[in-house]
Design a protein around this ligand. Structure first.
Ligand code: GAR
Length: 212
């Protein structure tokens, strides 16, 4: 059983998609042991509590320094039920993870990003900002990407991507909603299922999805 810790900062709709997929059997052989939020007021915490999942809040700002933050996070990640974390899922998590965590969990951290990487990603591209830039540039296709997290910003091996059409009358908000519904909430649970089944291998900064 893959023991997952989900890191959140906001509404938690991607967290909800994972919870639903585990409950309806779309994701097999995985459980969420813990949800860590960077903010005490994140609605994602209520979603986790409603699903009976353990939660905690760890804020970078409330730690004296990065080393203190890293230690607190590592303790929480290793501490759940004594069994530790097999996979960290960044589901709308808006804090940059310290190097020590990325090293300790190499190829065991995944992130959902609301564009087709390598477009509209990297420093400063997060949340609604991504969709604003997509509309500014006038691309006709956007989408979402699930990738492993390495020490760069949105540079790790890509696991799954799904394209979504941009419509003439889109606003950043309507586009964000459609990208979530048509892409994010589908490919994030799917990637977790593939990882739980041991089907995702990483070589040369690329992934290969093996057969069942
Ligand atoms: C999602 O659109 C996610 O892709 C994005 O934040 C939103 C969180 O929504 N993440 C990033 O931009 C990371 N660079 P949620 O809290 O409802 O899942």
């Amino acid at each position: 059983m893959l023991n997952i810790t989900v890191l959140v900062s906001g509404g938690g709709t991607n967290l909800q998609a994972i919870i639903n997929a585990i409950n309806d059997g779309t994701v097999e052989n995985a459980r969420i042991g813990l949800v860590i939020s960077s903010r005490a007021d994140a609605y994602a915490l209520k979603r986790a509590a409603d699903a009976g999942i353990k939660t905690c809040v760890i804020s970078r700002k409330e730690c004296a320094d990065i080393a203190g933050y890293e230690k607190k996070m590592l303790d929480a990640l290793g501490g759940q039920d004594g069994s530790g974390t097999d996979l960290i899922v960044l589901a709308g998590f808006m804090t940059v993870l310290p190097e020590g965590i990325i090293k300790a969990y190499e190829n065991r951290i995944i992130n959902i990003h609301p564009s087709l990487i390598p477009s509209f990603c990297g420093k400063g591209y997060y949340g609604l900002k991504v969709h604003e830039e997509v509309l500014k540039r006038g691309v006709k296709l956007t989408g979402a990407t699930v990738h492993f997290v390495d020490s760069g910003c949105d540079t790790g091996p890509i696991i799954l991507q799904k394209a979504v059409e941009v419509l003439e009358d889109d606003t950043p908000e309507t586009l964000q909603k459609r990208v979530m519904e048509q892409a994010e909430w589908k490919i994030l649970p799917k990637a977790i299922d593939l990882i739980a089944k041991g089907r995702v291998k990483v070589t040369d900064n690329k992934t290969v999805i093996g057969g069942e």
